[in-house]
Design a protein around this ligand. Sequence first.
Ligand code: SER
Length: 588
Amino acid sequence: MTAEELKKKYLDFFKRKGHIVIPSAPLIPEHDPSVLFTTAGMHPLVPYLLGQEHPAGKRLVNVQKSFRTDDIDDVGDPWHNTFFEMLGNWSLGDYWKKEAIEWSFEFLIKELRLDQNRIYVTVFGGDHKVPGVEADEETILIWKKLGIPENKIYRLGKKDNWWGPVGQTGPCGPDTEMFYDTGVPEHGDLCRPGETCGKYAEIWNDVFMEFNKTADGKYEPLKQKNVDTGMGVERTTAVLQGKDNVYATELFGPIMKEIKKLAKNWEVRRARIIADHLRAATFLIADGVTPSNVERGYVLRRLIRRAIRFARLVGIEKDFTTDVASVVIDTYQQDWPEVGRNKEKIFAELHQEETKFKKTLTEGIKRFEKLGAAISGREAFDLYQSYGFPLELTIELAKEKGKKVDIEGFNKEFEKHQEISRSGAEQRFAGGLIDHSDKTIRGHTATHLLHQALREVLGDYVHQTGSNITPERIRFDFSHPERLTPEQIKKVEDIVNQKIKEDLVVKREMMSLDEAKKSGAIGLFEGKYADKVSVYSIGSFSKEICGGSHVERTSQIGKFKIIKEEALGAGQRRIRAVLEQFLKRLFT
Ligand code: SER
């Protein structure tokens, strides 16, 4: 069975079980400005898992492009990727454990025709780190009834069988994971489902999302009990084809072949890293990320540079990133047209980054070799600043040569030179943060007011090009060709505060895209849920298509203050703002 057939079967199966197919969200989250990347199918659904009504109903299914950096150190082994396609089905307060597990099992056995004897499962067995939540006996019983014997059911703790929240707060719950015995001989001390010994491939995860983790670490019941499942397309395809790694499937085969053609010193782990990273880079660029030194751009830069570095190690001397990307595009453009559409851009960005990095790589390595066995934070930072070496690259080189790097020292240097904090950097490397705290929600509603205020002051052509909200501050990017005058800034700020004062009601309505357009709602009209969209209006002042969470009345926002207005790039500006409560936190 091909990946293509697997995806089709999955969607069809869950359609028959009453699910509606929703489109994949982009890798850059649209509705959750506090997150860097879409790391799972559930990400764009957070407001609905928290209880908001979804326009498509209570049963959803899709194929979601996902990107995570958490597993980057495992990439190169048989099963881990940074970018991957995830099949998922959801119950938003509808069916629960019995149906979810029975359907998972039915799909694996009847549709995919996997061998039942090779299926193993893990289940949440209770953990003191999740106070008040007991072992998931209900799930264990369901598996037993389906014929999975006791010795193939592993009761594990939070590390293995608890999913989410991605950030500090948000929806989460115990899960049950399904593994397939690939037949690879057992090796290593601990070879069981959930350990990376290569024998058991994790193919599916059913999460029972019934809790909300609060800022003070409590697990409170959510308004509704949700099911959130995720099946890795790459892994399941490999298993279905009797392969013992994802790189042996048609999804990676041609990419690996291209690398083999170019490499003088073939080494499979290194080749896999190159393949994974350039595939991910291709998808990220297609979704609008460009290499830079901050946030998403930095993650992309790190992927490309790491691929180039490993290419050196397998003896690829010439420029090669666009050759590999070209094969990635051929492999994927039918399913993901954005990859084909952005071919030129992908090539241009890769080529530019490759040229830039190669120049400094040779010199940087020379410099690195002159350093002693203990590399100080200062030296590592110098490699970063002068030669563009991401810290991870320095660590890797050091590992190879038996040297040590003062990571903390590097971070201290980094902090001194960057406005972003170290914890911010950690969050970014962890793939982002979901934060649905009150402060973020208030900030989110404030951006709607800001958006409309900008349009009133500057003109109707102004539209949002991005935003990022944390409990500390609001960042809002928009199209506008020139610097705002102090008078314009003041006017915008005054309008927002006026609207806050008026205590306008924030109302949410669902309507078809057409109706939304006709009603004058602003926002992105492309790539939204097929039938209906949700539209937020704030009094009669603002009307915007949006899937996020908002306050109920504008008075809840607090006072709004613009801190800075700056250029972002051609035709784009950025506003940084804070809310009164944030101000207090910053300055008292
Ligand atoms: N969110 C869960 C996961 O990523 C299930 O989709 O595994």
